[in-house]
Design a protein around this ligand. Structure first.
Ligand SMILES: NC(=O)c1ccc[n+]([C@@H]2O[C@H](COP(=O)([O-])OP(=O)(O)OC[C@H]3O[C@@H](n4cnc5c(N)ncnc54)[C@H](OP(=O)(O)O)[C@@H]3O)[C@@H](O)[C@H]2O)c1
Length: 311
């Protein structure tokens, strides 16, 4: 046996171990940063994409802090996740919740302190909460433009700025924001929403550059339509609820697939991710490379939508 090991077997065993180690390293690199035990904060976790993100990060073993305005709905999510834990092989953690309204600056400050108290630090902040808008600029009250900006822009940046010092102190952390394809191209009758998402893209692009030397990545995720209640919860020009599940939203991506893509982007520390089909992706390029054609297409879309409304 000794003779066999010394002669032919030893190099074979060493090579096999080497190949196995290399394979495991490659798999790990592809999968990216492990999530087990990571403290992940998700805003807007009571429904839609936020709830699905809660599900995938919980299943990956993250310690979650779920945020929203409605304590009862957040508790329902906690119950659902705790019930699903038996199907998961590794250890999972019961999520914590922090209830606050993003549009109130004082409550955001207080919430940030509460969030930090949950586990003493945070590893990933996912700014997901948001609200949409449907309306004609001519008929839209300026207060509605401001309100959408408060929820989609000032809220997330206030929370980010309140939590960032703790990440800087630890030289560790990750900031994520769920923007939209409408943060890259502006679509008629969505002014307040598109403007708030364009502002979001700009702010987090600046932040990425400013904190890159600290090793804190910033990920902007821009999905196309997702099958959630976003259009139902949207506001109109007079501030009332739109209340309609648009066809485009109803036929959008499954929120589970988008949540899986968010997890992948976090693990791989991606900088900017567009999650959309061919038409919106081409439109994003067209806006930069052939703007005159893009503007023509948007004008024609606006006329068609107006005609449809008048009928
Ligand atoms: N659905 C799409 O087609 C689509 C496409 C691209 C991007 N997105 C983005 O995806 C994100 C999630 O939206 P969704 O599609 O999942 O819609 P959703 O089901 O309506 O969820 C929105 C979430 O935001 C929370 N929220 C709204 N206003 C808030 C406020 N003032 N303070 C705190 N939380 C607030 C809501 O929580 P409570 O009401 O319980 O407080 C809810 O959990 C948004 O940023 C949206 O812009 C969606």
């Amino acid at each position: 046996m000794e003779r066999i090991m010394g002669g032919g077997m030893l190099p074979l065993v060493l090579t096999s171990v080497g190949v196995l180690l290399l394979y495991r390293i490659l798999v790990r690199l592809r999968r990216g940063a492990p999530m087990h035990g990571a403290v992940v904060v998700i805003t807007g976790a009571s429904s839609g994409l936020g709830k699905e993100c809660a599900r995938v990060f919980h299943a990956a073993g993250a310690r979650l802090v779920l945020c929203g305005r409605d304590a009862a709905r957040l508790q329902e999510v906690v119950q659902e996740l705790s019930g699903s834990s038996t199907d998961i092989q590794h250890q999972t953690f019961t999520p914590s919740t922090v209830v606050f309204n993003l549009v109130r600056a004082d409550s955001v400050e207080k919430a940030a302190q509460e969030i930090l108290k949950c586990y003493g630090h945070i590893d990933v902040l996912i700014n997901n909460a948001g609200i949409s808008y449907r309306g004609n600029i001519l008929d839209t009250h300026i207060s509605v433009q401001r309100d959408v900006m408060e929820t989609n822009y000032f809220g997330p940046i206030a929370l980010t700025q309140a939590l960032l010092p703790s990440m800087v102190q630890r030289h560790s952390g990750h900031i994520v924001v769920i923007s939209s394809v409408q943060g890259k191209i502006a679509i008629p009758y969505r002014s307040a929403y598109a403007a708030s998402k364009h502002a979001t893209q700009a702010y987090f692009d600046c932040l990425r550059a400013e904190i890159s030397h600290l090793g804190i990545p910033v990920t902007v995720i821009s999905p196309g339509y997702i099958r959630t209640n976003l259009s139902v919860n949207a506001v109109t020009g007079d501030g009332s609820k739109y209340g309609v599940l648009d066809k485009t939203t109803a036929s959008g991506w499954d929120p589970r697939d988008v949540a899986d893509a968010v997890l992948k982007a976090v693990r791989q520390k991606s900088k900017d991710v567009v999650l959309a089909g061919t038409v919106p992706t081409v439109a994003i390029y067209l806006r930069t490379l052939w703007p005159t054609l893009f503007f023509k297409l948007m004008s024609s879309r606006a006329r068609k939508e107006q005609k449809h409304k008048d009928e």
